[in-house]
Design a binder for this molecule. Structure first.
Ligand code: ATP
Length: 372
């Protein structure tokens, strides 16, 4: 087990594509770090450079206490798990798991011991004699994990290992990977474009965009305190609502934000955390509100209490069973920035980017989980 450190790492492909820009990232001893970002942001390239499958154009990569830039992949002592499990179809499960150990010419008894142990950990004991084609997707994925575990590497490198599984299996395997890596305490660098995977698996999550690291932080901090609009919009589902407003100094010394004809007080703790916000008084700002931070303030008589925050009528109500999404329209122009456009394009929803010239913004509120 070892620390993995990237220091000013850059990658320029032969055709001139700059895939990774000056990346500084340290995966601590035994830490599970997730690299997440939209398609093409350079996360796979970063991982492949750590694995030694891609040359480093700038900077250094260290594993443990040695710089590995010039060390061939097979001598880096890292184990990769890919999206395609890359199992040998003609070998049974036992031989697939033990393949790397046979290459390293370990004694037969030692190979058997390690394979048996991995099979036990992964619940594959009954399948050791089967060929990959006789296994389900989830079982194949576990064989690929087994092959990584038996090598007892300094670090695991995983590239979208769950993306070929159906939704239910993905959730199961996600939990299994979390348990397994915690048990083994092995340093792990994990690449995904799925923010839920990133948030649930990572001790810390690093968000990349266009080859540039945006923020690296524990999941909750990333969610509560994104450093920019891109991170704010990328993490969270339904996505954070982004509205154009105007900040104004309130009589009590606080700040209010004007959204159309309505006012919203800027919470004191936000001002304490970001005192620089005061400099934006009398200026246009983008207001981000998480869907779960909006709630129905009406009391049982249907009347909103004094000091109502925002008034809006429900436009559409979607019930997910345990929670309800309520869409409302506010009379403020939508915030349309390059970040918003890029995030929508990545989600395949470029046509849903609102027209910045419109006077209304659709806002989503999330109620629940349901209390009984
Ligand atoms: P995805 O989630 O789609 O796999 P990614 O974030 O892992 O995306 P990379 O695969 O690292 O992104 O690619 C980063 C950028 O480098 C992209 O613009 C991609 O087109 C480009 N790229 C990747 N491989 C090569 C290559 N061999 N030659 C030239 N450009 C490449």
């Amino acid at each position: 087990m070892a620390e993995v450190v990237l220091n000013g790492v850059g990658k320029v492909y032969a055709d001139g594509t700059r895939a990774v820009e000056s990346l500084d990232l340290a995966v601590a001893h035994g830490e599970f770090l997730v690299l997440v970002g939209p398609s093409g942001c350079g996360k796979t390239t970063a991982l492949r450079m750590v694995a030694g499958l891609e040359d480093v154009s700038e900077g250094t990569i260290s594993i443990g206490d040695r710089v590995v830039n010039q060390v061939p992949s097979r001598d880096r002592d890292v184990a990769m798990v890919f999206q395609s499990y890359a199992l040998y179809p003609h070998l049974n499960v036992r031989d697939n798991i033990g393949f790397g150990l046979r290459l390293r010419k370990l004694p037969k008894a030692e190979i058997r011991r390690r394979v048996d142990e991995a099979a036990r950990t992964l619940g594959l004991e009954e399948h050791l004699a089967r060929k990959p084609r006789q296994l389900s997707g989830g079982q194949r994925q576990r064989v690929a994990m087994g092959r990584a575990i038996v090598r007892e590497p300094q670090a695991f490198l995983m590239d979208e290992p769950l993306s070929n599984l159906d939704a239910k299996l993905r959730v199961q395997m996600r939990a299994q990977i979390a348990r397994l890596t915690r048990e083994l305490g092995v340093t792990t660098l994990y690449v995904t474009h799925d923010q839920v995977e990133a948030m649930t698996l990572g001790d810390r999550v690093a968000v990349m965009r266009k080859g540039v690291l945006q923020q690296v932080a524990p999941p909750q901090e990333l969610y509560d305190h994104p450093v920019n609009l891109f991170v704010a919009g990328f993490i969270g589902s339904p996505a954070m609502n982004l509205l154009t407003g105007r900040l104004e100094q309130a009589e009590d010394g606080g700040l209010t934000v004007h959204l159309g004809g309505q006012h919203l007080a800027v919470p004191a703790e936000l001002l304490d955390r970001r005192p620089a916000l005061r400099a934006y008084a009398d200026r246009q700002v983008i207001v981000g509100i998480r869907p779960e931070d909006l709630y129905d303030a009406a009391d049982e008589s249907g009347e909103p209490p004094a000091g109502t925050l925002l008034r809006a009528d429900a436009d559409l109500v979607e019930s997910m069973g345990s929670e309800v999404h309520v869409h409302v329209r506010l009379d403020v122009p939508p915030a349309v920035t390059d970040d918003v456009r890029e995030l929508a394009e990545d989600a395949g929803a470029a046509d849903q980017v609102p027209d910045p010239g419109t006077a209304q913004t659709e806002v989503v509120a999330r109620f629940g989980p349901r209390t009984r």
